[in-house]
Ligand binder design. Structure first.
Ligand SMILES: *Cc1c(COP(=O)(O)O)cnc(C)c1O
Length: 361
């Protein structure tokens, strides 16, 4: 068996111990003689896993009892419409900050419902090289919420300080940086993440939402689209993605064992520093197009002198066991996604390869 270094943007690397645990438990789950995949989502064995996943996320992130922790389907993309459908009252609107492709998709869904309002953008010639500053924002004090995308997976930018939304709730798409460091959850009305980048496999979205927002949400919606229905059933209104939630449980248990999110942040910052330093110290060859203070610790984007060299870099990298270095097709270039599960050893291997490649070019 051979494992390669995985820099994919999502679905992305999972911690090896998490995969190994799943392998050990796969066929006979905790002595029940069945795989967890074969267990009822209403049975005791699964129920324990489900509640442990929630408890571990509460503990890791410091989520108080003022919030629900939900596991929903439809990825982050369904949240793009569920959020405005639930949280914007009749005749109201919601503010959106544009910082990349996913932020744009979120705004577009709100616009389809007739409730999206642009509160700021960092778009410049079709790209998003930075995170807007507080002073760049034009906030509506009557908005139902302010929506941001904390990490821009494609653009390679990240909020290092969250904006002050004033008196309206802050809503955040954290799909590609949830759990990367400790955050103050009480600053948010709602935060959500598709699991497949930093927290588990695809097919589950984690939604952390303040209970009073759920209580005040619109009720004139199909049941499946209502937070209050999922919350009242502990995310078991319909058959949950049991295996996906089990994997989230394993990831959360692993992060706790590592020492929690403070320790995880230290590791992530060290990885990102190594890679950004490599780029900066070789700026005659490698170039990061992102403003230094907006750079993502999760998705490091960079360019080489020509597109031909980039093509060769990506192909040679793959041949050397470095997978997923191609930038998103909409922006080109190169990208290394170095989420929680990507070990320092992988970044060291990448940096060594970059040095060799530059020498040969
Ligand atoms: C990947 C991604 C999404 C889309 O997630 P799905 O689960 O595929 O819907 C949304 N937002 C961000 C920031 C992402 O990185």
């Amino acid at each position: 068996m051979k494992r390669i270094h995985n820099f994919n943007a999502g679905p992305a690397a999972l911690p090896l111990p998490v995969l190994e645990r799943a392998q050990r438990e796969f066929i006979d789950f905790e002595g029940t003689g069945m795989s967890l995949l074969e267990h009822s989502h209403r049975g005791k064995a699964y129920d324990n896993v489900h509640n442990e996943a929630i408890a571990l996320l509460r503990e890791l992130m410091g989520i108080s009892e003022d919030y629900h922790v939900l596991f929903l389907q439809g990825g982050a993309s369904l949240q793009f419409c569920m959020i405005p459908m639930n949280l914007v009252p009749k005749g109201g609107s919601a503010d959106y900050v544009l910082t990349g492709t996913w932020a744009k998709k979120a705004l577009q869904e709100a616009e389809r419902l007739g409730v999206g309002r642009l509160a700021g953008t960092s778009e410049k010639d079709g790209v998003f090289p930075r995170i807007p500053k507080q002073g760049d924002l034009d906030l509506d004090g009557n908005a139902a919420y302010l929506h941001i995308t904390t990490n821009n997976t494609i653009a390679g930018t990240q909020y290092h300080d969250f904006p002050d939304p004033g008196s309206v709730p802050l809503v955040a798409d954290m799909s590609s940086d949830i759990l990367w460091r400790p955050i103050d959850v009480s600053k948010f009305g709602l935060l959500y993440a598709g699991a497949q980048k930093n927290i588990g496999p695809s097919g589950v979205a984690v939604v952390v939402v303040r209970k009073d927002l759920v209580d005040g949400a619109r009720t004139d919606l199909p049941n499946f689209l209502r937070y209050s229905i999922h919350a009242s059933k502990n995310s078991l209104y319909n058959t949950a993605n049991t295996f996906g939630i089990y994997m989230i449980r394993n990831v959360a248990a692993y992060l706790k064992e590592l020492g929690g999110l403070g320790k995880v942040e230290e590791m992530n910052r060290a990885k990102a520093k190594l890679l950004y330093d490599m780029i900066e110290n070789n700026s005659d060859f490698y170039r990061c197009p992102i403003d230094p203070e907006s750079r993502s610790m999760m998705n490091v984007v960079f360019r080489l002198p020509t597109e031909e060299l980039e093509k060769k870099f990506i192909a040679d990298g793959l041949a050397a066991g470095l997978n997923g270095l191609k930038g998103h097709r909409s922006v080109g270039g190169c990208r290394a996604s170095i989420y929680n599960a990507v070990p320092m050893a992988a970044v060291e291997a990448l940096v060594a390869f970059m040095g060799e490649f530059q020498k040969k070019a």
